[in-house]
Design a binder for this molecule. Structure first.
Ligand SMILES: [Cu+2]
Length: 639
């Protein structure tokens, strides 16, 4: 089929954009002329009018939890939601957990950021983990992915990237806490993050920014042509980087085929430019299909260069490994600065959104290795609307794509898109306005082989006037949309404000995650200190080791006397066995806060460098005698 990238001119010459929010869009997508948007915007509005399916509800109708048609996301007091939604927190560096459909935020999991409410970054173990991962105090999380076994969520781990510092983290879903972070060598701007499916054999970090490799000041620093970016394959069990593939151009988002053969990435900088105008020059960029078994065979055969202790395989177009019939990386040109890339649940297609082109490209996965011209693997290219970014699935053959510029979600028929002419609008079923400018959208279990097909969340970047004003930084707006009724169409059910900035999420049925309500001491490295086993011991001239417990409403020691200048290693076990009975150890003026869940043991090492009396207290409200739960740290002055 043709890959004509000429912007369609059949949209008509007049008419205001009738849908979504338009102000400021011309500055959001540089390199594309505003006039083109106006034309195509008119077409999009006309289309949704003809389809007659755009939600007819006014904004007043959708306030509250029960919509006009009776779709209800409310969960009665005391009852549980159906789904866990695990969202990235963006530049907050964390991951948030919502219950769906209520959209109630349940907890935040600090990942790349210290968080005193979880004691994360304040006890020795988590402090050391953050230190070993580069010592940064923040990260930029984008794509949380839950581990899968046999193509379904197994509830073991979630993985999430740090775009700011080139890292990947793992969250243990037994305890909903970060348990490993790897600082990925040779990669800056780790953007996409996704697993090799169906069994999470590898986690992929997708390198967006091109840099010199190695980026150590050697080589030509000025010439962007000499830069590169890599795909990093990470072992999900030990979090080691197993291998990397150097590519031409850059990469953006990523997704894995369901049978483990390919990993796909989108790219917006095939130009290898260092400026915005340079990066948007070409009408087509590409989708890369990494052939994982062939790459692993190349590594096995020693066809790599070791850079910063990682085997780096050359996957550039002119690499010997890409000549002949069995290339390790297929480069499939698609229009224009494509962004979201996602594999359909049945593993037939990978769909990539055009971003600066109003189409999505439907790539037939089986054809990728068969065709001579890589564009022949593109079997559909429906025209969806302006600024198509990300696509989710309902398991009934429909795709849902966010339209960033049109501020809409478009529902379309995947097989009809394959049957239709390129750039046809006929596969479009309906569009719904969202508020405003959506980035990712996620449908329940959409990343598995069997999506649930009931709820969809649109993560909108701008909320504008949707909430009470709170100053110049507005909340994001995560909107809940019901997609379970094909006859009556999509329905907007709830606005949910969010602190900047969720990018993406995974939505998993509650039956597939089984968190522990208290710690199993066997899962922790530190020894358990029971009541009566508390010890305080001077080790050498200036070191004191304390092991004690916490319980309602006291600590193992009522007072601890040390000398000015002593290094104190304090290890505390919360011996409570009752769930939800947390304590903490807060030490004023020493920057120490150990959060202690039931049966948890933590350790903090600090220096008592100022003589005086410090009231150690429990900062996590525990009982009626919470305020009395204190202990004295007495630091005697040097003699
Ligand atoms: Cu307490």
């Amino acid at each position: 089929m043709s890959n004509d990238t000429q912007r369609s001119t059949d949209a008509g010459e007049s008419g205001d954009q009738t849908t979504g929010s338009t102000d400021g869009f011309d500055s959001m997508l540089p390199g594309v002329r505003r006039r083109d948007f106006m034309k195509a915007g008119a077409a999009a509005g006309g289309l949704s009018g003809l389809a007659g399916c755009t939600s007819l509800l006014s904004e007043d109708d959708v306030q509250g939890t029960a919509s006009a048609s009776g779709v209800d996301n409310s969960v009665p007091p005391g009852e549980h939601d159906e789904y866990y939604a695990i969202l990235s927190g963006g530049q907050a560096g964390d991951v948030r957990v919502y219950g769906l459909p209520s959209m109630r935020e349940l907890i935040r999991i600090p990942v790349f950021n210290p968080d005193a409410s979880r004691g994360y970054g304040f006890d020795d173990e988590s402090k050391q983990m953050l230190e070993d991962a580069g010592g940064y105090t923040w990260g930029d999380t984008h794509h949380p992915r839950i581990s899968q076994t046999d193509g379904d969520y197994d509830g073991r781990f979630a993985y999430v990237n740090d775009k700011a510092n080139g890292r990947m983290a793992r969250i243990d879903l037994t305890y909903f806490e970060t348990d490993a972070i790897v600082d990925i060598p040779n990669q800056q701007g780790t953007h996409g993050a996704c697993a090799q499916l169906p069994d999470t054999d590898l986690i992929f970090g997708v390198g967006e920014f091109r840099t010199p490799i190695p980026n150590d000041g050697t080589g030509d620093l000025e010439d962007p042509d000499s830069y590169g970016s890599v795909l990093a394959a990470i072992n999900p069990e030990n979090m080691n980087v197993e291998w990397e593939v150097l590519i031409d151009g850059n990469m953006d988002n990523g997704d894995g085929s369901k049978e483990g053969r390919y990993f796909f990435t989108s790219a917006y900088n095939t130009e290898e430019a260092a400026t915005e105008s340079g990066m948007t020059r070409a009408d087509r960029d590409d989708v890369k299909a990494f052939d994982i078994p062939r790459i692993e065979a190349a590594v096995e055969a020693g066809n790599y260069e070791t850079i910063n202790e990682v085997p780096v395989v050359d996957g550039r177009k002119d690499s010997p490994l890409n000549q002949g019939d069995e290339p390790i990386v297929h480069y499939i040109p698609t229009p224009k600065s494509p962004h979201g890339v996602s594999v359909t649940p049945d593993n037939e297609y990978v769909i990539v959104s055009g971003k600066l082109d109003p189409t999505a490209s439907v790539i037939d996965i089986d054809k990728i290795d068969e065709v001579d011209d890589p564009t022949d693997a593109i079997v559909g290219q429906p025209k969806l609307g302006l600024g198509p970014l990300h696509t989710a699935y309902d398991g009934r053959g429909h795709a849902y794509t966010t339209l960033f510029i049109d501020s809409q979600v478009v529902k379309w028929d995947i097989e009809k898109a394959v049957e239709a002419e390129a750039r046809s609008e006929s596969p479009v079923i309906e569009k719904i306005d969202v508020h405003y400018n959506p980035g990712h959208l996620i449908a329940a279990e959409s990343y598995t082989e069997d999506p649930a097909g009931d709820w969809l969340v649109s993560l909108n970047k701008l909320s504008k006037d949707r909430f009470l004003p709170v100053g110049p930084q507005h909340p994001e707006n995560d909107q809940l949309i019901y997609i379970g009724d094909d006859e009556n169409g999509m329905e907007l059910v709830k606005d949910s404000p969010a602190q900047a900035e969720p990018h993406d999420a995974s939505i998993c049925h509650k039956s597939k995650i089984d968190p522990k309500a208290t710690y199993d001491p066997e899962d922790l490295e530190l020894d358990y200190t029971a009541e009566g086993e508390e010890t305080m011991e001077r080790v050498g001239d200036d070191r004191v080791e304390i092991e004690m417990y916490s319980t309602r409403n006291h600590y193992g020691f009522q007072e601890m006397v040390v000398q000015e200048g002593d290094e104190i290693e304090m290890q505390v076990t919360n011996i409570e066995t009752t769930s939800d009975m947390l304590h903490s150890v807060a030490i004023p003026e020493h920057d120490v806060h150990m959060r202690l869940a039931p049966q948890e043991t933590r350790k903090a090492t600090f220096t008592a460098d100022e003589p005086g009396v410090y009231w150690i207290y429990c900062a996590h409200f525990c009982s009626a005698l919470h305020l009395e739960m204190r202990s004295r740290l007495i630091v005697k002055p040097e003699e």
